[in-house]
Write a protein of this length. Structure first.
Length: 320
């Protein structure tokens, strides 16, 4: 995996990729070889007021299976022809190309987003759509993963996309381990809204964290909107509004995401039958689990277990 930095480089967008893909963590085997390159090796200016020293040039992209563009600050300008051609060539030979925030402008300039869905920071969405009318810009989306191309909104959405890619590559447990070390939520769906609503002048509402923790411990129970609202001590309508404001999804959608994530962990780490997994995560039946799982993960529980389940001798099987 290679991150292509472009002056002046945003340090946060680069850190999103480096933290998820480049840091070695206790108890987690390294799954990525992470490298940084630039067009002209040497000192690369950053938005933070210091230079970073980058030793690799564009030839580092020749062997990359994933290329990350962690922002493109000069989005009003044409990128260097050598940079555009290097990104195009990486994509042509099969590399996955990932843009964080304004990096989508570089991918659009390279022609990789023509006729395709993409997102960027909500402040730049109109500009991206106006400059590249053949791109189907989704301004309210956290990230869009098309398989060979992925784009994200700004700031923390870059972490969401990187964790999503780690999950797709190596399973939910691997991504959750990284998220715990980063003190991040392990999974926010790409279709969630960006947080572009202007803050209220009144005192902000209390955090949803207590009710989220309470629900996460009770996924096996038949929880619904009324149960969550009663636990939070507010009306169902108020709770739904707070979910939309703070999480960008409805309570029901959030519950489904947590249940599918819990099912992924059980499929990876145990030999429990799919029917038992379904009951343990509150989805009642194998048929319901398969339907919900496929809608969110785009594969079946059985296929997911074949891809990410540990060897039989290494799994921990829990009874009851």
């Amino acid at each position: 995996m290679v991150a292509l930095v472009l002056p002046p480089q945003s340090t946060f967008e680069l850190a999103c990729a480096a933290e998820v893909f480049g840091v070695r963590r206790p108890g987690l085997p390294g799954r990525y070889e992470f490298t940084v390159c630039t067009e002209r090796p040497g000192a690369v200016p950053t938005l933070a007021g210091y230079d970073m020293l980058v030793g690799a040039d564009l030839t580092a992209l020749d062997a990359a299976d994933t290329v990350v563009i962690p922002g493109w600050q000069r989005r009003d300008e044409a990128a260097a022809p050598a940079v555009i051609e290097a990104v195009r060539e990486a994509h042509r030979r099969g590399a996955r190309v990932v843009a964080i925030c304004s990096g989508a402008f570089l991918l659009a300039e390279a022609g990789l987003l023509a006729g395709r869905r993409a997102t960027t920071h909500w402040r730049f969405a109109d500009q991206l759509a106006a400059r590249f009318p053949d791109v189907r810009v989704e301004p309210d989306t956290l990230y869009v993963d098309l398989g060979d191309i992925a784009t994200s909104a700004g700031t923390a959405a870059g972490i969401d996309l990187c964790l999503h890619l780690a999950r797709a590559d190596h399973g939910a447990a691997h991504a959750a381990h990284i998220a715990r070390h980063m003190v991040m939520p392990p999974h926010r769906e790409g279709g969630q809204l960006q947080y572009s609503t202007a803050p209220s002048a009144d005192r902000p509402p209390p955090s949803l964290a207590p009710v989220l923790d309470w629900a996460t411990e009770r996924l096996h129970q038949p929880l619904g909107l009324d149960d969550l609202a009663a636990q939070a001590g507010i009306s169902p309508r108020t709770l739904a509004r707070r979910f939309a404001d703070q999480l960008g999804v409805s309570p029901g959608r959030w519950l489904l995401q947590q249940r599918v994530a819990a099912a992924q962990a059980l499929l990876e780490g145990t030999d429990l039958p799919v029917e038992t997994v379904a009951v343990r995560v509150g989805l009642s039946s194998a048929a319901n689990l398969r339907r919900r799982f496929h809608a969110l993960v785009h594969t079946t529980p059985a296929a997911y277990r074949r891809s990410f389940g540990r060897p039989v001798h290494a799994r921990v099987v829990r009874q009851g």
